[in-house]
Design a binder for this molecule. Sequence first.
Ligand SMILES: Cc1cc2nc3c(=O)[nH]c(=O)nc-3n(C[C@H](O)[C@H](O)[C@H](O)COP(=O)(O)OP(=O)(O)OC[C@H]3O[C@@H](n4cnc5c(N)ncnc54)[C@H](O)[C@@H]3O)c2cc1C
Length: 416
Amino acid sequence: MKGRFSAFGLLRRGVTGKAWPRQFAHHDVQPSYDVVIIGGGVHGLATAYYLAKNHGITNVAVIEKSYIGGGGSGRNTAIVRSNYLTPEGSRFYQRSLELYERLSEDLNFNVLFEQRGHMTLAHDDASLRSMRWRTEVNKFEGIDSEVIDPHQVKKLAPFIDVTTRPRYPILGALWHPPGGIVRHDAVVWGYARGASALGVHIHQKTEVVGIDVAADRVTGVETTAGPIATPIVVNCTAGWASLVAGMAGVRLPIVTRPLQAAVTEPVRPFLHPVVVSGSLHVYVSQTARGELVFGASVDPFSSYSTRGSLEFATGLAQHVLALMPSLKEMRVLRQWAGLCDLTPDFAPIIGVTPVEGFVLDVGWGTYGFKAGPVAGEMVARLVATGKVPELIQSFGLDRFDRGELLGERAAAAVGH
Ligand SMILES: Cc1cc2nc3c(=O)[nH]c(=O)nc-3n(C[C@H](O)[C@H](O)[C@H](O)COP(=O)(O)OP(=O)(O)OC[C@H]3O[C@@H](n4cnc5c(N)ncnc54)[C@H](O)[C@@H]3O)c2cc1C
């Protein structure tokens, strides 16, 4: 079980060689819980943690069909930022960034959040225009964000070719100093450890195969470990969200598409900020170990497969070399894929459904890891109080019935 990490504890274990304790407890599945959360990614675990910590609701189960972080939460490229396009999005992600800034302290678990700055390159006038729009929205919301010129780009990332030689020369960039990268597995484990210490049960290798509904109300879930009675079910299953919602008879405007990423061999540190190019469909950051992490936009088809493809690797290499020609000798070590649950407006779906007690925290597309803390905090508040918090009121499922879509695409498609 959870023990407090400290410099003294580290020294003591180093000297005594005593093994570290289990970081979260194992329990048998109980016949009933006050809240059942489906999905042991950052969203499910953060929701469980804030339910217990902020509201004292601890009779909670997180049901995970594989292992915690086995979905998108353990496969993403861990970019955290808040420079979105809509006021609703900017405000929401800014709250998450603030929670990330103190997460290591809050969880007593180092999540290695490095605010190295996030730079989105503009290769045409249309991109520059939308970046100016973004900075205005961001500044209004108190978010540090500005448009910079190619000289400033060169200063911040000297290896980028800012001459007029490339096919898509760089005209400027959106610069967001508080953005950066975090260690995704540490975030998942930190929340699991914190939730477990407060009494939450985490059941891995347990799949939800049905949701019981009677008179338009949730009454329980069917799992591979038997039935569980519960009045509240929270769907935190990202790439599988529409399949799980279908079990409760709720249809979601979501398509699932794979998103691939790749990592190179480690080299000496040379790239400080995260660099994104929407026009080239590529982004890159350098980890503390020196590896370069590359990503792109989603595969152009729906699928539940998490296999990498040769098309991705060759396309990625072309785009990276257009941006940083000096990387031509670098070797890619690994590539992988995860599933993304995309909504038509590139904004999430959080809130209640026509089935009472069935709550959604889905539609995270390629950008949901950074939202884990704030979504967990807000969904926990919704479950505890029965009221939709103001910060997530625009993200309800009913916006699609009313035709009030949010339009976050320009800030979310490749930027992650
Ligand atoms: C390659 C890649 C790069 C990305 N980069 C970024 C980035 O830089 N920044 C960012 O913010 N976001 C990024 N994302 C998106 C981000 O990873 C996801 O939006 C986020 O992790 C979703 O978290 P989650 O907890 O909602 O879902 P997940 O972490 O996917 O967890 C859902 C869990 O539900 C479980 N599950 C599904 N069905 C069932 C069932 N029936 N019963 C029980 N369990 C079930 C799954 O096994 C899974 O573990 C990226 C995604 C990918 C794939």
